[in-house]
Structures are given as C-alpha cells and as structure tokens.
Ligand binder design. Structure first.
Ligand SMILES: Cc1cc2nc3c(=O)[nH]c(=O)nc-3n(C[C@H](O)[C@H](O)[C@H](O)COP(=O)(O)O)c2cc1C
Length: 175
C-alpha cells in the first residue's frame, strides 16, 4: 500500500500530539508525519492519500494578520498543489469554551480553500457532543468537514474521537 502523507501544523503542541495519535491508530508504518511549515507543494503531491491537520489560531484566513502560523507559511505552496486524483481528509483543533462563536474555524477555512480547488474532503464528523454557537467548519450535511477535537477542554475524549472517525476514511484511504 502507498503510504499516507499526514501534514500538520503547528509543530510541538496539541496538533502535533493529535497527528501522532492519528498515525498510531492507523499504524505508524502506513503514515509519514510531516510538519506543514517545512513542506513544499511537491512533497504533498508525492502522496495520493493525504490527511491535513490544523489548529484554529484565531484567524478566518491564513494570511490576514501579522503573526505567521505554520499554515500561513505553507499557503503559497498550498496554492501550487495539483490535487487531481488525490484523496484528502482533515482534522481540526479548537476550543469550544473560549471560542464558541468561531469554533474550529481553521478547519472550515481549509475545507473552503480545498473546495475552491475542486476537492471534497472525505470523513465528515458529527457535531454531536460538542457545545458551541457557531462554526464555519460545518458542511451541508450538518457535520464537521473532518475530525474535530478539543484538547483544551476534552483531552480525555480525543482517543475515542479518533477511533470513531477512522472507519469513515478507512475505505477511501485503503488501510
Ligand atoms: C491565539 C489563539 C487563537 C485561537 N483561536 C481559536 C478560534 O478561533 N477557534 C477555536 O476553536 N479555537 C481557537 N484557539 C484554540 C486552539 O485551537 C487550541 O488551543 C488548540 O488546541 C491549539 O493547538 P496547538 O497547540 O497545536 O496550537 C485559539 C488559540 C490561540 C492560542
């Protein structure tokens, strides 16, 4: 089987921990874990099966504030990626207590950027069990575009959330 490319950012925090857990649950031998900040578009294009991991860091776009996140740095490369024939899934981190009106915003932004390039994410995730007011990460079916976890408030639920999500991408990803 071709390996899955799991591209995530930022490095060294909660998103990194969740990326590690997702890779462990799929099987470390089946996944390459790659920080997004160091990635070139050609690194992403090497993979036909790709998972993106992103933390919500208070923006509704990647390049509209002074501070640069890892995903901001990656944006010029992202825009060059040829997504033809790729299977893509994503997970997002957010904080439903502190940011109830913008919950897991970055996942929504990523999904919308991908949609503008003709990519429909596989592996939507139910919103059940989360308490928030608004989120742009909810799709037309009323589900999140991908796996959502809240490491700040519900760290103890992360393992079970990953476990519940993986079957929804298993067939498409072939693991
Ligand atoms: C400056 C800042 C802004 C944030 N903005 C949002 C937000 O708009 N929506 C949300 O759901 N979470 C938001 N969060 C919460 C983070 O997504 C959450 O703490 C996440 O676990 C951080 O992951 P990291 O350690 O990989 O950066 C924000 C956190 C920080 C520090």
């Amino acid at each position: 089987m071709d390996k899955i490319g799991l591209f995530f950012g930022p490095v060294g925090g909660n998103c990194n921990n969740v990326a590690t857990k997702v890779a462990e649950q799929i099987g470390n031998n089946k996944v390459d874990l790659i920080p997004i900040k160091d990635a070139k578009h050609s690194d992403v294009e090497k993979y036909d099966k790709i998972i993106f991991g992103i933390s919500s860091l208070g923006k509704d776009a990647w390049d509209n504030e002074d501070t640069e996140t890892d995903w901001d740095k990656f944006l010029p490369e992202f825009n060059k990626i040829d997504f033809t024939g790729k299977t893509i899934a994503a997970f997002g981190l957010g904080n439903q207590i502190t940011y109830p009106s913008h919950f897991v915003e970055s996942l929504g932004f990523l999904a919308h950027e991908l949609a503008s390039k003709g990519v429909k994410l596989v592996g939507e995730f139910p919103t059940t069990g989360f308490e928030y007011q608004e989120s742009h990460a909810v799709n037309e079916n009323g589900n999140f575009y991908g796996l959502v976890v809240d490491e700040d408030n519900e760290k103890e639920k992360t393992d079970e959330r990953i476990k519940a999500w993986l079957p929804s991408i298993k067939d498409a990803f072939g693991f």
